[in-house]
Write a protein of this length. Structure first.
Length: 392
């Protein structure tokens, strides 16, 4: 089977999300995969080319022995003109890949690239899958473009041969956006239990960052959105007089500089560590070093129906998770399964203190691990492979 993956974000620099895990595992099963992606972080370049050149990369994100060809068509690196240039350069590249690669199925994420691909796919009799792990139109950085993005996302969803979602909340969202319920399915995110397991040792990480054996480590990993809820966690951390509660944040993003400044403003250098982005291979060690994992995100339209992949990885390592009571997460995990729900991000530190005082961190972590054991990536890839074969 030949699968062309399309996405409006960076396959190379971003941490491996669900589609990366699926793609590399499909290659391991002797399917052919190519990717067309978009350099979403071009704004951060110090020396920027006005017109980027087409780039082809051979990339491994999860398995070192799996190499996937990632193609990045050129764009005009000027605000808004990058989107306009995509209309031409990405359409041309998709046409080229259909002619050269001859995919059996196009697996599309995000809005613009899917919109460009669908008419071309239909013309050549290629099945198209729309895959949703987010409320995509809400992630458009220009608010005035979000209504157009919502219309395009609905157009994509209604015309896809199959709409896959990673949880039931997002499946319901796609139906509200116009999907035929009979063409929708849930294929959940998974966990690589050979990588994430209780035998991983986090002592070196704790030693590296000066975290004592008796310290309780609160942990967050991921892209640092302004709505991640971490600013409120930092404020509350500054209010408690205990020095044995530490906060470790792994990742970069829009909110990184603000959090770094808050660490200085609140004099939290001895209680708060910010590592920046770290290699994915080290994530199990960071999670093994943690005591309590965090998802204190705002209950907004972006977060309401999603379940970030980090939730599964947190839980697989036997860590309890303090998370905002988001409908998608509540529907996915329910109560008494190692998730300690909060209503607002400023409750995070106090709930952590309650877990410490009650002595239930380990027992709650065991509940989390037990619940997540059914989410093995091998089983999920079996389901994914079967679904694509049946669609073709």
């Amino acid at each position: 089977m030949k699968i062309l993956f399309l996405q409006d974000t960076d396959w190379i620099k971003r941490n491996p999300h669900q589609q990366v895990h699926l793609a590399e595992r499909m290659v391991q099963r002797d399917h052919e995969v190519r990717v067309i992606d978009y350099e979403i972080l071009w704004h951060d370049e110090k020396k920027r080319e006005l017109l980027s050149k087409k780039k082809i990369h051979t990339v491994s994100k999860v398995f070192p022995d799996v190499k996937i060809t990632v193609i990045r068509p050129p764009i005009l690196k000027i605000l808004l003109l990058d989107y306009i240039s995509m209309l031409f350069t990405y359409s041309r590249e998709i046409k080229h890949q259909i002619k050269e690669f001859k995919p059996d199925v196009i697996f599309s994420m995000d809005i613009l690239i899917a919109f460009l691909a669908y008419p071309l796919a239909k013309r050549h009799g290629i099945r198209v899958v729309y895959y949703t792990i987010d409320i995509d139109y809400r992630l458009i950085p220009y608010q005035f473009l979000q209504p157009l993005g919502k219309w395009l996302e609905s157009w994509n969803i209604r015309r896809a041969d199959l709409v896959l979602s990673i949880n039931e909340g997002l499946r319901e969202y796609t139906i509200r956006m116009g999907a035929d319920p009979k063409k929708t399915m849930v294929i959940r995110a998974g966990v690589d239990f050979q990588r994430f397991h209780s035998g991983v040792n986090g002592d070196e990480i704790r030693k590296k960052y000066g975290i004592g054996q008796d310290d309780t480590l609160l942990f967050f990993v991921g892209w640092l959105y302004h709505f991640s809820g971490l600013k409120e966690v930092v404020v509350e951390l500054s209010k408690i007089k205990r020095d044995d509660i530490k906060l470790l944040i792994v990742g970069d993003g829009d909110g990184y500089d603000d959090l770094k400044q808050m660490m200085s403003d609140y004099h939290l250098e001895n209680k708060m560590i910010m590592t920046g982005k770290q290699p994915y291979d080290l994530l199990p060690q960071y999670l093994a070093a943690a005591d309590i994992c965090l998802l204190p995100a705002y209950n907004n339209e972006i977060m309401r129906d999603i379940v970030p992949i980090k939730m599964y990885e947190y839980m697989a390592m036997g860590n309890p998770v303090i998370a905002t009571r988001l409908p998608g997460i509540e529907k996915e995990f329910g109560d008494d399964n190692g998730i300690i729900f909060i209503n607002n991000s400023n409750e995070t530190v106090n709930r952590s203190l309650e877990l410490i005082e009650k002595g239930v961190i380990i027992s709650e972590g065991k509940k989390a691990r037990k619940f997540i054991e059914k989410n093995d990536w091998n089983k999920i890839t079996d389901d994914f492979e079967k679904v694509l074969k049946e669609l073709i």
